[in-house]
Ligand binder design. Structure first.
Ligand code: SAM
Ligand code: SF4
Length: 311
């Protein structure tokens, strides 16, 4: 869906990138069928991400359908926030309880540079709309890069505290080829971020988890939890139970490896029989890799970009 994404983040845009033809993309009904099978097989949490999920027409239909699946405990979404000012209430009403919003900078010019065309004000209005819509949990995601935005760590925490929401800092992963920067120069570790924060805020470790890879801290006397997602410095592969399905129906078994399976072919060949799809999913789990081989600043291990993979 990134052909309709308003932003063009350095993370996921490649000058050679080509957009998929419409019939290559799974319909919302096909996505529902795939998700339903995963939930039947025991999946308890589904995240809609991308690409930018909120540019997909009628996505709230899919949200309502997924929200009604018996057995699904959590339906969550990750968005760049650019459409939230208009859509937050609709998304909340469709049954999404938790939302992650990407925010790498609070400086309009810098925000525009990092996201290529992004409008910070629009995203800030989107964050306010999400707060007003009454999501149970709102989390900002910030990918920190040295000499790009690392000097904003405390400002971002301060912003989250003032809004009464959570924030996670993510170490940049070497996913997809990029032309914009040398990854070894921009690597900024979770330990460095934590040191920056503790110069201004007290961080109390917690054992809380949202079932994902983040390690969480609380800031006393605030509503804010600060998380660290550290693919380099605290590899979390051993606990990873995530798989991803792209809009083209490819089942990706690891963020940092190429192992995958084409579900679309099976899905379309067998429109009325779920069994072949179910057994393909089950056997794909046998080839889920043990982990990624990211190195800080290392070369990309996958050619696939984050917008195709889903962060
Ligand atoms: N369009 C949505 C958005 O921008 O939030 C969802 C997709 S985006 C790929 C999901 C998250 O992955 C964002 O928070 C983004 O900052 C993060 N991300 C993108 N590229 C990354 C990279 N190379 N390393 C770590 N995180 C990355
Ligand atoms: Fe759009 Fe998200 Fe990709 Fe940025 S990271 S171009 S916001 S899909």
């Amino acid at each position: 869906v990134t052909d309709r994404c308003d932003f063009r983040c350095a993370y996921c845009m490649d000058p050679d990138q080509r957009f998929a033809p419409r019939d290559a993309v799974l319909t919302l009904e096909e996505l529902r069928r795939v998700a339903g099978l995963f939930v039947d097989l025991g999946v308890r949490k589904v995240r809609l991400t991308g690409g930018e999920p909120l540019v997909r027409r009628n996505l709230t239909w899919l949200m309502r359908e997924l929200g009604a699946l018996p057995g699904l405990d959590e339906l969550v979404i990750t968005t760049n926030g650019s459409r939230l000012a208009a859509m937050a209430q609709e998304v909340r009403d469709a049954g999404v309880k938790r939302i992650n919003i990407s925010l790498d900078s609070l400086r309009p010019e810098r925000f525009r540079a990092i996201t290529r065309t992004g409008d910070l004000n629009l995203v800030l209005r989107g964050i306010d709309a999400a707060i007003a819509a009454g999501f149970e949990r709102i989390k900002l995601n910030a990918v920190m890069m040295r000499n790009r935005n690392h000097d904003e760590v405390c400002d971002l925490v301060d912003f989250a505290v003032r809004k009464g929401i959570n924030i996670s800092f993510i170490e940049e992963m070497p996913i997809g080829r990029i032309g914009g920067h040398d990854r070894s120069e921009v690597f900024y570790s979770s330990a460095q971020i934590q040191a920056d924060i503790t110069a201004r805020f007290e961080l109390i470790p917690t054992t809380e988890t949202t079932g994902g890879p983040a390690r969480y801290f609380r800031i006393p006397d605030t509503e804010t939890r600060v998380g660290f997602i550290s693919p380099h410095s605290h590899n979390f592969c051993a606990d990873c139970n995530r798989v991803r399905v792209t809009t083209e129906g490819r089942l990706l078994l690891c963020l940092g490896q190429e192992h995958s399976l084409d579900l679309r072919e099976i899905l379309r060949k067998e429109p009325d029989d779920d069994e072949p799809l179910r057994s393909a999913i089950l056997s794909a789990m046998q080839i889920k890799p043990e982990g990624h081989q990211f190195e800080p600043g290392g070369h990309s291990v996958t050619l696939r970009h984050m917008n195709l993979t889903g962060g």
